[in-house]
Design a protein around this ligand. Sequence first.
Ligand code: PLP
Length: 442
Amino acid sequence: MTATQPGTALDSASVAAFARAQEVIPGGVNSPVRAFRSVGGTPRFIARAKGPYLYDVDGNELVDLICSWGPMLLGHAHPEVLDAVMSAAQHGTSYGAPTEAEVDLAAAIIDRTPVEMVRLVSSGTEATMSVLRLARGITGRDKIVKFAGCYHGHVDSLLVSAGSGVATLAIPGSPGVTEATTADTIVCEYNDRAAVREAFATYGDQIACLITEAAAGNMGVVPPGVEDGAGFNTFLAEICREHGALFISDEVMTGFRVTASGQFGLDGVVPDLMTFGKVMGGGFPAAAFGGRAELMHSLAPVGGVYQAGTLSGNPVASAAGATTLRLATPEVYAHVDRAAALLQREVADALGKVGVPHVIQTVGNMFSVFFVGEDVEAVPDYATASTQVTARYAAFFHSMLDAGVYLPPSAYESWFLSSAHDDRALDRVVSALPAAAAAAAE
Ligand code: PLP
């Protein structure tokens, strides 16, 4: 299959680049999912990008439905973002001293979200790692609660698998993560309120914080469920409050993407602490964590919880991020929402016509297609997401790629769109769907 795809023929430039990369970078990639292991084949090496398109080193134009795993809300190489980046870089690229640019970015985040103060960092992983330290420092407690299938970056204590049982103590999710590191992490199934109640009933006075993706996007898109009129995030905020634990909403993926603020714009739940990344960096390494001023004042240099970074608040990244947020107008969100709704309808139609069982789930303009069995009507958690027939996704993925559409190379990811996805790009996706659906049906 792989040898016949455009760009991945044996003599293609991507194949040569991948061979070279594997000699100097483990697996040839700097983040594992890029290696295409779960769908097979050779990853495309990208030479450049513009608007909704990626151009690989063989010159293929690909409609990009990953958008750098979320950040590129405005599409690639947006002229105003580029101008801001170039003008910032011309003044110098890093000073290790405060700048007005980082204050502008912090203020833009605060304007759009319920946080009163933020600290800027360079990656989502750094944001979640730092916010856990802050929560533990403030509460003087050790334990944390997280959900199976929620990804918060490769923080040791969050890189865990669920043990057996309802609310279980975690086991290391990777060699190199020690049992001692995960001993204080409790894992529950997402959307399972009984498991969360059990965790708090058992460990309540030891729990520093509960961290959740504001809406899950890393097991495929799984919205927080509603029971008896109360959303899952509202339930989590309340149970944390009852037990004196801090409620942390990780909006690294959803923030400034699913609405102008993020999942907060959909359910209005005010967490104690939040994390942000992706869109707010405008395609550069920038992320943040924030919350009420009274909590954030526990950070050094005001308080005792240490946290720092050589490139934190980098002026070029801050300029890209602040400009992106300024340009992310209601019209941008309306466009991306419409494009996402259109693609969901078309995917459902194509799969329906050839009888491929599936579930499509959405949060704002993020969505994913689960190739689950016929009996599955909804995917509320990781256990259900894991029942996917991933071979169907691989066949679907490669057919789309053959037709010049670049989907996430894993069945467990969201599809992302941008305001640059115009009719031409969307038509290309739509016309590729029947063949991909047929491939998934085989
Ligand atoms: N939190 C969430 C919800 C994420 O989706 C991710 C990355 O995908 C992270 C944290 C980690 O961010 P980064 O990859 O910038 O370290």
